[in-house]
Design a protein around this ligand. Structure first.
Ligand SMILES: [Zn+2]
Length: 210
């Protein structure tokens, strides 16, 4: 067993449900492939999410995400990729309202892969990284699509550590298969042309490509 992000063999099993592994090198927590959800199960969960403009909590989280991580860079941004936008692309709409050009991609709901043909001033990916089955590949593909000096803004709940993971609510969604914390993102900073420019060390982080 190797870490799905850094490739380290320093892996510890988390003694719960016989499927979670923790990397001592980059602190990624991941699920073994046999325990991945089926396509049908994933679709069912995503369609069941109440993710639309009527859901005030959902809209507020995105407004907060934009205001704390993105707004101060707005002058540098024109072309955006909303990667994994889901069925009701609320964040994409909010960014368009601010005058940005937003390309939407979602493997289930906006599957057109034309997004790969250009590069972006900002890639947003909210509540998506935890669904990555192959985080190394996914992250590397996203980095390729960011222009020099441009941004990657990610929302995913940072895991609380090896011991606390068992009781953590966020893992209970069966489509969540990969979990990160600040050290995992620092691993990305050290090994890819990405610099962390701001994070709340809870569920949001923005990188700039170097
Ligand atoms: Zn690792």
């Amino acid at each position: 067993m190797k870490c799905k992000l850094c490739g380290s063999e320093k892996i510890k099993k988390i003694s719960i449900e016989d499927k979670y592994y923790y990397c001592e090198n980059c602190e990624l927590i991941f699920i073994e492939p046999n325990s991945f959800p089926s396509y049908k199960k994933e679709l069912e969960v995503y369609e069941g999410h109440d993710n639309n403009h009527e859901n005030e909590g959902y809209v507020r989280r995105f407004r907060n995400f934009i205001n704390t991580l993105i707004v101060e860079h707005m002058e540098d941004i024109e072309d955006v990729l909303e990667f994994g936008c889901g069925p009701g692309p609320v964040l994409a709409d909010m960014l368009e309202e601010r005058g940005l050009n937003v390309v939407k991609y979602d493997p289930f709901f906006y599957p057109d892969v034309d997004y790969k043909n250009k590069k972006y001033d900002l890639i947003t990916s909210t509540e998506v990284f935890e669904h990555f089955w192959k985080p190394k590949k996914e992250v590397e593909e996203l980095i390729e699509l960011i222009k020099e000096k441009a941004y990657l803004a990610v929302m995913t709940s940072f895991h609380p550590g090896f011991e606390e993971f068992k009781e953590w609510w966020y893992r209970r969604d069966s489509t969540h298969v990969t979990f990160y914390n600040l050290d995992t993102f620092k691993y990305l900073e050290s090994n890819y042309p990405l610099k962390i420019i701001k994070t709340n060390n809870e569920n949001g982080i923005i990188f700039q490509k170097e």
